[in-house]
Design a binder for this molecule. Structure first.
Ligand code: NAD
Length: 505
């Protein structure tokens, strides 16, 4: 009990330092529990559907002035946000740990990712470029220009409670778009803290319009209101495939843009030439890190016959000895599951795996610092890629299967309905290149000699098939947040028509 009292006090102190008003976290109807102890650490207010409508209207008003601010000046606001995040990194990282249950190193890493995308977006604010294109008509110039799109709605999941907002918001803001954010109902405190940091940056910036960034705390109904709001031109929604199935038709019906970042069921293939020491670390981090609660978590492991008996016992050893416990302690590698429903889903998947011929190692509940739900990650030897292997269970379960032919293993990688991330461990250049080629992995991310999780912000992030097809963060992902206009300019004194069409009047 004293541990809980300290956790509640610690949370209140952190939120105070991050600039969140006390009333915002004490007077609401929605209890917020820390997965570390299971205890309630705050009560927050849910937004109403009317609050959502007001936020979207304010964002639209902000859009009309923000879209004409020069992009490098918009970048200055994001630069200041990055500064605020640097200053608050330790406090916000710890708050992520307390609210989402990630280890402290991962909590700090998540805030570092926010800083990185801010830096990236500041540079991008001077590089929002279009092409000039050869025209078939004399004395003409054809070019494309990129303009701000409009209000961007962000719906995010519990497991990256702050980074996902920043991937979207940093880009949207430099592209000229206001952002209305509906975070996970499981992680409202970190969202309130990020909004407070944004407001600090906006005050220093000076003339940012009101309504440029808003957070709407609440559950599914608030998300639904945001997704259906006609003025929201792009919805970036991160969460389960089930959520994406509900959101996509609503957006399609009103021809709004959808950027969907949904469930993953990520695989790794280990070939005979693989460096097994490196593979062991890569597999262990990708499968057990964040207690198996990353969209990119490694869930399916295909081991070649020639390495199966060498690697599996070492993996079993790592699973049996991995340090599980309070994620605030520096030597913990596996923290709690987010809630009891997650434990139930894990146990149901393990029961299904046994029924489908699996041999389960680990997976049992272990004690933690309070009422939090801690489990030993499960390693499951499967005779084949059965139904339970092909669904995403958002918990630390790694299904292990044998293969003898690398092309067959790539086919198994691609047999999953999801298509987020994938890896191959090999020192054979042909296998590595095949995996990354058109006939290789069909996922949005295909790695060689690193696991499927832990992406950097410089690349475009997202996946295919049931993962939704969206791309966020680096490369040319910014284009989703802008509208493209093709401009053809005639600087001559005649009017030649394209394709040689004649129309003389
Ligand atoms: P979830 O689907 O339960 O909830 C995600 C968000 O969607 C929440 O904010 C929720 O309130 C909202 N929501 C749910 N139904 C909605 C609806 N009909 N309309 C509007 N909003 C709605 O997911 P979760 O349990 O928070 O997160 C885990 C899932 O997210 C996993 O499947 C994981 O793979 C996925 N995920 C994917 C990525 C990615 O980038 N691909 C990243 C993180 C998490």
């Amino acid at each position: 009990m004293s541990g809980w009292a300290r956790l509640g006090d610690e949370t209140a102190a952190l939120l105070g330092r991050l600039g969140v008003q006390g009333a915002a976290i004490t007077h609401g109807d929605r209890p917020v529990a820390s997965p570390i102890t299971g205890e309630v650490i705050a009560h927050v207010h849910d937004a109403s559907v009317a609050d959502c409508a007001r936020a979207v209207e304010a964002a639209q008003a902000a859009f009309l002035s923000w879209r004409v601010v020069p992009a490098p000046r918009r970048g200055e606001l994001v630069r200041l946000l990055g500064e605020e995040l640097r200053a608050a990194r330790t406090d916000l990282g710890l708050l992520v740990t307390i609210e989402a249950g990630k280890t402290l190193s991962e909590g700090l890493g998540e805030v570092q990712e926010m800083i990185d995308i801010c830096d990236y977006a500041v540079g991008l604010s001077r590089q929002l470029f279009g092409l000039t294109i050869a025209t078939e008509r004399p004395d003409h110039r054809m070019m494309e220009t990129w303009h701000p799109l409009g209000v961007v709605g962000v719906v995010s999941a519990f497991n990256f409670p702050v980074a996902v907002w920043s991937w979207n918001a940093a880009l949207a803001l430099v592209c000229g778009d206001p952002v209305v954010w509906k975070p996970s109902e499981k992680t409202p405190l970190t969202a309130l803290a990020v909004q407070a940091l944004f407001e600090r940056a906006a005050r220093r910036f000076g003339d940012a319009p009101a309504g440029l960034s808003t957070v709407l705390i609440g559950g599914r109904s608030v998300g639904e209101a945001l997704v259906s709001a006609p003025l929201v031109r792009l919805v970036s929604a991160t969460g389960s495939t089930a959520m994406g199935r509900a959101v996509a038709p609503v957006l399609a019906a009103r021809f709004a843009r959808a950027l969907l970042e949904l469930g993953g069921n990520n695989a790794a293939i280990v070939c005979p030439s693989a460096d097994l020491d490196l593979t062991l670390r890569g597999v262990a981090f990708a499968a057990m890190g964040t207690a198996g609660q990353r969209c990119t978590t490694l869930r399916r492991l295909f081991l070649h016959d020639q390495v199966y008996d060498a690697l599996l016992p070492r993996l079993k050893g790592a699973y049996a000895s991995v340090r599980i416990g309070d994620p605030r302690e520096s030597d913990t590698l596996v923290g709690p599951l987010i809630d009891p429903a997650s434990l139930a889903a894990m146990q149901a998947a393990l029961a299904d795996a046994r029924a489908q011929g699996g041999v389960v190692h680990g997976g049992e509940r272990v004690s933690g610092p309070g009422e939090g739900i801690f489990v030993r990650p499960a390693l499951v030897e499967m005779p084949a890629q059965t139904a339970v292997v092909l669904r995403e269970t958002f918990a630390p379960i790694l299904f292990v299967m044998r293969f003898t032919d690398v092309d067959a293993a790539i086919a198994l990688n691609n047999d999953a309905p999801q298509g987020l991330s994938s890896s191959i461990f090999t020192n054979d250049v042909r296998e590595a290149e095949r995996f990354c080629s058109a006939s290789g992995s069909d996922c949005g991310i295909a790695n060689v000699n690193i696991g499927p999780s832990g992406a950097e912000i410089g690349g475009a992030f997202g996946g295919e098939k049931e993962t939704g097809g969206g791309r966020e963060a680096g490369s040319d992902s910014w284009r989703a947040y802008m509208r493209r206009a093709t401009n053809t300019v005639n600087y001559g004194s005649t009017l030649p028509l394209a394709q040689g069409v004649k129309f003389e009047i």
